[in-house]
Design a protein around this ligand. Structure first.
Ligand code: NAD
Length: 530
């Protein structure tokens, strides 16, 4: 008898452990037909959540965040399994963030949600009071990549929930297990359905964007970001797009070389360079280029690529596709004449790649133009800072950049000439840990804003309210007559400096009010035609 193999009821998300290529336990994807239900459940949970006092929402999120940090061991293990992250990077980059970020968000959200009273000129607006409230949009879709499976959720989800929204999460198909852990951690403390989870790939992402959500917060590649923007445009819902990067570091001859080498090493190789804010290009002044490149390569040769247990400095790449991009960029640079000072080879039992310094790179190389997202840095020697600025700005991307120098005032002045959203002097990308500082880019990096009060526009909208306590009708209401035209003309004369025109304004306004009252007063003939 032949065994009948039945296809799984739902397609499964599979994957390999980046550390040793062992298969990961499959996770069932969400049936595409269920996406609308997940969104509908979030929408149903939204009004009651939005109506809670902010302190209640804060308290519940605080309890969830506490639980996440207390159980950090679980998520550290998931991050190692799914994307190959090492223990230290998993802790500092992701697992310790929930409580820290929540605490930083609180005062920002409080200030943002406070009702504002708007002062109105009493003569022009008699008896009127006006307010601006900030209200949640409703259901926010949050679509994330694989490089920071927890942190890319925390960044938008905490402020979205704090401001009173429901959320629908669509994690990367490469990190569904971390997303399940996150969604379950939140769900234990939040109303049923408020946090929806859709597991699947790009098609699931498209389905979420096309569903009944009120805004989309997308973090990912430029190509997918463009598609999300198009679809959101059709639906007329806001899209916040946090896309790729190709960050430059400008190393000036007067820098503290020891510290600069350490800083650039960390910010280029952190998370194996799979960071939108990783240093991928270095423009170094010729005067110190030999010393800088020589010492950087020496140090990078001594760094350990993580072994099967995850012990080491540099994580493996998270996916085979990413390893293929890195290999293609290094091969292209070699072919075009770059000098490989160290690395340039695959290492270990998994997706490890040796930290790679490519010297004497030129502008037409893929490794200079495209996002590499790997443990590779492209070095370009420049004559002076002006040339560095010009070359750094000649990129389609515009996320972050840094200047390394002992002269802080000059460093700042040079940084301010860079066409980016996140600037540093003598550090790089560190501001991502400060919730009050916007994390944002320009050009191909997308105009999305994560962090800072400006980010809250994705999750909230302003709503104005005018309350009229005036007893009389406003003078410009119908019916119109010569007094109204006279009134308007006098306002025009007054605005252009003829102060004498003001004299008759109160009398004219009073006469208009009388006219209107008399016009709408009951008359003996009223209702006779009914
Ligand atoms: P990706 O665009 O392939 O996928 C990101 C997410 O979008 C995944 O969940 C995916 O399933 C989904 N998706 C793919 N196509 C979609 C579509 N057409 N409509 C809706 N959803 C779709 O990106 P990735 O490879 O997972 O992540 C790497 C990219 O993310 C890099 O370019 C990196 O720079 C960027 N990133 C940016 C930031 C930032 O803050 N700017 C932070 C982290 C990562």
């Amino acid at each position: 008898m032949t065994a009948v193999t039945r296809p799984p009821a739902r397609p499964a998300l599979t994957g390999l452990r980046p550390l040793d290529l062992a298969p990961l336990p499959p996770v069932l994807a969400t049936p595409p037909g269920d996406v609308a239900d997940v969104v509908a459940r979030a929408r149903a949970a939204f009004p009651a959540w939005a109506a809670l006092p902010l302190e209640d929402r804060e308290a519940r999120l605080d309890a969830a965040a506490r639980r996440m940090v207390a159980r950090r061991g679980e998520v550290v293990a998931l991050l190692a399994a799914e994307v190959g992250k090492g223990h230290a990077e998993a802790l500092f980059g992701e697992a310790l963030a929930p409580l820290d970020q929540l605490r930083q968000w609180r005062p920002i959200v409080r200030a943002h949600l406070r009702r504002r009273r708007i002062a109105l000129p009493r003569l022009a607006f008699p008896g009127k009071r006006a307010f601006v409230d900030v209200v949640p949009r409703g259901v926010i879709a949050v679509i994330t990549p694989w490089n920071y499976p927890l942190a890319t959720f925390l960044r938008p989800v905490l402020p979205a929930l704090l401001t009173g929204n429901a959320v629908v999460l669509k994690p990367s198909e490469h990190a569904p297990r971390t997303a399940l852990w996150f969604a379950e951690s939140l769900a234990s403390f939040l109303p049923d359905g408020l946090v929806g989870l859709v597991l699947g790939g790009a098609d699931h992402g498209r389905a979420v964007v096309g569903s009944d959500v009120d805004a989309v917060c997308f973090t990912g590649s430029v190509a997918a970001g463009r598609d999300v923007a198009r679809r959101c445009g059709e639906r007329l819902v806001p899209a916040s797009l946090e896309l790729g990067g190709k960050d430059a570091a400008i190393v000036l001859a007067d820098c503290d070389l020891d510290r600069t080498l350490a800083g650039i090493t960390t910010w280029a190789l952190h998370n194996a360079g799979q960071d939108c804010g990783a240093i991928e290009r270095v423009y170094v002044e010729e005067a110190i280029a030999d010393a800088f490149v020589g010492r950087l390569a020496d140090a990078w040769r001594r760094l350990r690529v993580a072994d099967r247990l995850g012990e080491g400095d540099v994580a493996p790449l998270a996916t085979e596709a990413q390893l293929a991009v890195v290999t293609r960029h290094v091969d292209d640079a070699r072919r075009r004449g770059a000098v490989v000072r160290c690395g340039g080879v695959r290492v270990g039992a998994g997706l490890g790649y040796a930290p790679t310094v490519l010297d004497r790179c030129t502008d037409e190389m893929d490794v200079v133009r495209e996002e590499t997202f790997g443990p590779v840095v492209a070095i370009r020697r420049v004559a002076h800072a002006d040339e560095a600025v010009e070359r750094a700005n000649a990129s389609a991307y515009g996320l972050g950049a840094s200047v390394w120098t002992r002269d802080l005032a000059r460093g700042r002045a040079i940084a301010e000439r860079l066409r980016c959203g996140v600037l540093h002097v003598n550090n790089h990308a560190l501001s991502g840990a400060v919730v009050a500082l916007p994390w944002t880019g320009t050009g191909a990096s997308g105009g999305g804003i994560a962090n800072g009060p400006h980010a809250l526009a994705t999750f909230t909208r302003p709503r104005s309210l005018l309350v009229d306590a005036a007893a009389a009708p406003d003078p410009f209401w119908m019916p119109y007559d010569g007094d109204l035209v006279d009134l308007g003309e006098r306002v025009g004369r007054l605005q252009t400096g003829d102060l004498g025109a003001a004299l008759r304004l109160p009398a004219l306004a009073a006469r208009r009010r009388r006219t209107l009252r008399e016009f709408f007063a009951p008359r003996p003939t009223d209702g006779s035609s009914l």
